[in-house]
Design a protein around this ligand. Structure first.
Ligand SMILES: [Ca+2]
Ligand SMILES: [Ca+2]
Length: 131
């Protein structure tokens, strides 16, 4: 019995060591264009405690894992200047180097991306694995 327990523990350790980093899932509860308040904390949360698209991308950019961002129905209007590439304003900058970021809408007719600037909504400056 003791031997079986040791084998089970060893197998569990092997699985734990071989498992990829935990993938994060962020579910939107706001269409506002606000950043994550603290990317050192794994949760997607603005200063008001909401999970916005920009906050989710901020957190995905900071995490060392794949991320899935689930958009709720609504119009997501991006604001601010497009002349930066750190996701601080304007277009969304997906920077999760080496990790996949999947963004899923609630439907083509119900999830709308808009921008107050005359530019695209998405930017993945260095890594083609995003969006
Ligand atoms: Ca956070
Ligand atoms: Ca930007």
């Amino acid at each position: 019995m003791r031997r079986i327990g040791a084998v089970v523990v060893a197998a569990m350790l092997g699985l734990a060591l071989a498992a990829p980093a935990h993938a994060a899932t962020f579910n939107m509860d706001s269409t506002a264009d606000e950043p994550d308040a603290n990317t050192g904390l794994a949760a997607c949360a603005t200063a008001a405690g909401d999970c916005t698209l920009r906050a989710a991308i901020d957190q995905a950019n900071a995490d060392s894992s794949d991320s899935t961002i689930n958009l709720a129905s609504g119009t997501y209007t991006l604001t601010g200047a497009n002349d930066e590439d750190s996701n601080a304003s304007g277009d969304l900058d997906v920077l999760s180097r080496g990790f996949q970021v999947t963004i899923a809408g609630a439907g083509a007719r119900t999830t709308v991306m808009a921008s107050t600037a005359s530019s695209t909504c998405w930017c993945a400056p260095s890594w083609p694995s995003a969006v």
